[in-house]
Design a protein around this ligand. Structure first.
Ligand code: NAD
Length: 319
């Protein structure tokens, strides 16, 4: 047959998380009778951001959260508005729809969001913990660190697809697996490559300029990933990396890009997180499991992060 494998949709992967989250919200009724409150800040006129904001709102409300979209007409007032929400004890989670200024000021604004309310997991402390493979915020290992939503969503998808082998010790469950990640942005691709390598995989991290290898070394001797430059980007080098790769993840933000189907080894798992379709339909003739988009899992991770933040704050108040 021309389709040896299966296409798996993000909506079916997110189901288990939606159930888990809905249950947890019920168990929080004593402290949050109307559900935890997520505040989204929209300070641009980007219709895509507006759509994403509306979708976040609907998803939140369908799962028992409260969602408030705060529109900021004057960009220069956004920082104060975030600080107000940081201080407001009725606000449980905060997210900002970027780009706002479209330059480094956006990274500054992201860090203005209080670490305790950063549902997207973009605070520097969370990033550094992730890169250093540190999973807790405290020495007593009571407070779990937060992971950035989209990389975390790809990890959860790989768990669902059983690429993670749960017979292996936690933290090594990708031992023996090789993955290609086409995207090395600071928001998704680089953290994703690090997460997969920290879990034991050999990861080829591909961007428009070059290809790097992220690993924990021979026999997973290091406790966190190391990075090695393999050379400038070329189709030949990419093809070589793909030849024995078990997983191919794409995130190229371009409508014209298509990952070459003939580079995919028979039976590889293929996942696209770009908002554009990065795989041609012929991927189905090669992939064992193909996940065409990840957004629904990402939003589940956002809400899961939010519940973790509420729990962490609850534990902190008890200490
Ligand atoms: P970005 O522009 O910051 O990064 C793009 C990356 O892709 C860069 O590393 C670039 O070098 C690489 N790249 C571009 N063209 C390439 C090519 N031809 N070959 C190899 N590498 C190439 O974008 P981003 O913020 O990482 O977002 C990427 C995509 O992911 C967008 O479509 C965005 O909408 C989507 N996204 C999805 C989610 C989700 O939850 N599904 C979350 C965030 C972003």
């Amino acid at each position: 047959s021309d389709k040896p494998g299966r296409t798996i949709l993000a909506s079916s992967i997110s189901k288990t998380y939606v159930e888990e989250i809905t249950k947890k919200i019920e168990s929080m009724r004593n402290i949050r009778p109307n559900g935890p409150l997520l505040v989204g800040f929209l300070a641009n006129n980007d219709p895509a951001a507006e759509m994403y904001a509306n979708w976040t709102g609907k998803t939140c409300e369908s799962m028992g959260f409260r969602y408030e979209l705060r529109r900021i007409e004057e960009k220069d007032f956004l920082e104060e508005a975030i600080i107000d929400a940081n201080r407001d004890t009725s606000v449980d989670g905060i997210m900002v729809y970027f780009p706002v200024f479209g330059n480094a000021q956006d990274q500054y604004l992201q860090q203005v969001v209080s670490r305790e309310k950063d549902v997207e997991g973009l605070n520097h402390v969370y990033y550094q913990n992730m890169y250093h493979n540190i999973r807790y915020l405290d020495n007593d290992k009571q407070l779990k660190s937060i992971l950035p939503c989209t990389p975390l969503a790809v990890v959860k998808i790989l768990e669902f697809l059983k690429v993670y082998n749960n017979l292996l010790p936690e933290g090594n469950r990708l031992y023996g697996k090789k993955c290609v990640v086409v995207n090395r942005s600071e928001i998704v691709g680089r953290p994703l490559a690090a997460l997969l390598a920290n879990d034991g995989a050999i990861v080829y991290s591909v961007d428009i300029n070059n290809i790097q290898k992220f690993t924990r070394g021979e026999g997973l001797k290091f406790s966190k990933h190391q990075v090695e430059d393999l050379g400038n980007y070329s189709d030949d080098l990419l093809r070589e990396c793909c030849a024995d790769s078990d997983v191919i993840v794409t995130g190229v933000p371009s409508p014209d890009y298509r990952f070459p189907t003939d580079y995919i080894r028979d039976g590889a798992v293929c996942i696209n997180f770009s908002s554009h379709k990065n795989f041609d339909d012929s991927v189905k003739s090669k992939a064992s499991l193909y996940v065409p988009s990840t957004g629904k899992v990402t939003i589940s991770m956002l809400l899961r992060n939010m519940l973790r933040l509420v729990e962490n704050r609850q534990k902190l108040n008890q200490l």
